[in-house]
Design a binder for this molecule. Structure first.
Ligand SMILES: Nc1ncnc2c1ncn2[C@@H]1O[C@H](COP(=O)(O)OP(=O)(O)O)[C@@H](O)[C@H]1O
Ligand SMILES: [Mg+2]
Length: 377
């Protein structure tokens, strides 16, 4: 298949969650079909896509069949095993390329790579044994955060250490794989930047946004982040530099901390659409999902410009999901639901966006008021 992909081509998406669903919706608007690969029946993405392969992510035969049926392969879930990635890449173009997925799957590789690009992270040490952990704590001090090197999400697989007793307790619970210890960053705020890059090296980045978590799950995104212009410029430059240095083709979200002195530290990379980019669907002419599909399909990349400021609030778990009827009755709340049947605790069921004229994102009270039934209590 040659690029740009002509209309009616099929984009293969690994993963069936809401990120795949919204990518497939963007793909449909550009005249493409999507084929989803997911272990889940009736996944959010397959509910809006032409085809689905239901199989486990390590089912190599199913991955091979899937690759044969699509025109290009991308991801909304990055944890496909290395062997599976090789199989896919031998059959079709895989965007972003497997080497980027391997880096983002493994915190030790990810942080090593970011530091090699000359970009700061929290201080960190790889931990392969109790002795490593003791040495790392001596070097980085407490509090610090012990994280699994793979498969963490929404704060799962990490423990804050405040004492040596915490360390002794946490280590055996996490140590089925290599770990990393990170110095605790007393951040002023958390931000992220979503950047798209095409095969020709062209790039488009969205504005820096501020992210607020509740129970380790993203709760609110404020667009744009209320940080100094100089700091925002630095955050954007870092995201572009990482995309370029990785030779990315596709979409990349870069999570960062702004520390109390205004210094930008990179926390994590996600080579796919990101929860903190959902506001772009309603506040930008071309959303993160459209840029994802465009980059993967070889289409030109429009700039990541916003026509409005925005607040995005996630709908998490049964309590917030129960507010759906009130949300629908509240003028100005733009509702998004992902088609999941069971609203388990901590599960992301949907989100709402509230737009403001560009340049008039309100303060804390204004944001709370604008969220109506979803205002933090
Ligand atoms: N070194 C750190 N210092 C302070 N807070 C941290 C640190 N690492 C993680 N956190 C907090 O925990 C959250 C989740 O950590 P992260 O590494 O992004 O893992 P996940 O894969 O769960 O998103 C971050 O968004 C941040 O709020
Ligand atoms: Mg994270």
């Amino acid at each position: 298949m040659s690029f740009p992909l002509p209309p009616n081509s099929t984009i293969g998406i690994i993963g069936g969650g809401q990120l795949g669903r919204m990518s497939a919706q963007a793909a449909a608007r550009l005249g493409y079909k999507c084929h989803i690969f997911t272990p889940e029946m009736e996944s959010p993405a397959s509910l809006v896509s032409a085809r689905t392969t239901i199989a486990d992510y390590d089912d190599l035969k199913a991955l091979r069949n899937f690759a044969e049926q699509v025109d290009v392969i991308t991801f909304e879930f990055e944890n496909v095993i290395a062997e599976g990635l090789d199989i896919l890449a031998n059959i079709k173009s895989v965007r972003p390329s497997p080497h980027i997925l391997r880096i983002s799957q493994y915190r030790i590789a990810e942080k090593t790579c970011i530091n090699q690009f000359g970009i700061a992270t929290a201080p960190w040490r790889a931990v392969h044994s109790p002795a490593d952990l003791e040495k790392a704590i001596a070097e980085l001090g407490l509090p610090s955060i012990l994280k699994t090197s793979r498969l963490g999400y929404d704060g799962k697989g990490q423990v804050m250490l405040r004492s040596m007793a915490d360390a002794a307790q946490a280590y055996p619970a996490l140590a089925s794989m290599p770990l990393i210890l990170e110095g605790f960053v007393d951040f002023a705020c958390e931000v992220s930047v979503v950047v798209a890059r095409g095969a020709d090296g062209s790039m488009a980045a969205f504005d820096v946004v501020e992210n607020r978590h509740r129970d380790h799950i993203l709760d609110l995104t404020l667009a744009p982040a209320r940080i100094a212009e100089e700091t925002a410029a630095q955050a954007r430059a870092i995201a572009r530099k990482i995309a370029e240095s990785l030779d990315l083709v596709g979409l990349l979200a870069v999570e960062m901390f702004i520390d109390r002195s205004g210094k930008v530290l990179v926390n994590e990379l996600a080579p796919r659409p990101h929860n903190s980019g959902h506001w772009t669907i309603d506040a930008c002419p071309a959303s993160q999902f459209e840029l994802h599909i465009r980059a993967v399909a070889g289409l030109p990349l429009p700039p990541g410009e916003r026509h409005s400021d925005a607040v995005m609030k996630n709908l998490v778990g049964p309590e917030e999901t129960a507010l759906w009827p009130e949300i629908l009755q509240t003028p100005g709340l733009i509702p998004h639901l992902y088609g999941k049947t069971e609203a388990r605790l901590g599960r992301k069921m949907g989100h709402v966006t509230r737009l403001f004229p560009r340049g008039s994102l309100p303060g804390e009270f204004g944001i709370a008021a604008a969220l109506g039934p979803l205002a933090p209590r």
